[in-house]
Design a protein around this ligand. Sequence first.
Ligand code: HEC
Length: 320
Amino acid sequence: MSTRTPWWIRVPVLFFLIFGLMEYFIDSGDKPAIIEYPITQFFMLMVLMILIAIEVILASIENIMFQTLSEEGKERYLAAKSKKYEWKWAQGIMKRLTRSRSIEREGEIVLDHNYDGIRELDNVLPPWWVYLFYGTIIFAAVYLVRFHIAGDYDQKLEYEQEVAAAKIAIEEYKKTAKDLVDVNTVEFLSEAADLSAGEKIFQANCVACHMADGGGGIGPNLTDEYWILGGGIKNVFNTISEGGRDGKGMVAWKQTLKPVEMAQVASYVLTLGGTTPANPKEPQGDIWVDPDAPATQPTETEPETPAMEQVSDSTEVAMN
Ligand code: HEC
């Protein structure tokens, strides 16, 4: 009886063991089961009560059995019980790992030299340290064979693999984090799923003013290359998010639509470009040229002035 672990260890250990098993076996996604399924909180409460009940029953059985003992037996039992619980096994392990001498037995290992009263003990190397040292030797041998003789892989390969894995992770993250787009990061979404989602949003919110085919009505024609507020995904996203000019009727949609939805509908609007609507509204605004597009021809205004100067200069020189 005296070697039995005390109840204040037994109950928590069993409790957390059951808790751990429950978390392990219940598939609850990212969240722990105890939060995902509140019923499990009730279950763990029951477990705790049952564990306590078992302890109480065991204690009372012990008590009853104690009453049936003879006087002598009672004494012996109490003596055995009052022995303090000791961490015998832990102490044993500690002893084996350190092999330290108790102070009382230090006399056995003291060396016989004496420097001004300072004396030396001939302790053995602590086994934990020795094992660690052997461990490093084995590690070194395995490492040497694996990387310098067999050439398993090197840092460069490891780096490349990690970068590749990180790229995949970033892609994955982007998929789940589409909602993080804003006007600076928005890109044209070319996936069919995004475009059809954008079309649905357009049909639900925008056709009253822009027509189902984007031909325009109250709102401007979205299929031509003339834009009042600028074309391209960023401008279109911005117009949808922040609305048009005051009093024109195009409201800011950022209250109603999520960022990803605005990106989807903006992408869908861009796919309307170049189509021929049934009743196209006359062009409004200017032809929009993407400043980021690879320059096929130099922009018209800029090089003009220096070119003119050049010409007049050269004529001047020629005239002189
Ligand atoms: C109440 C009518 C109305 C609704 C609904 C509406 N718009 Fe507009 N839209 C307008 C008007 C009017 C303008 C012109 C704004 C301006 O001139 O400043 C405009 C402009 C735009 C522009 C800029 C066009 C350009 O030439 O620069 C885009 C893009 C646009 N709307 C997309 C949408 C989308 C997408 C929706 C649905 C989510 C939508 N609109 C819903 C009336 C509307």
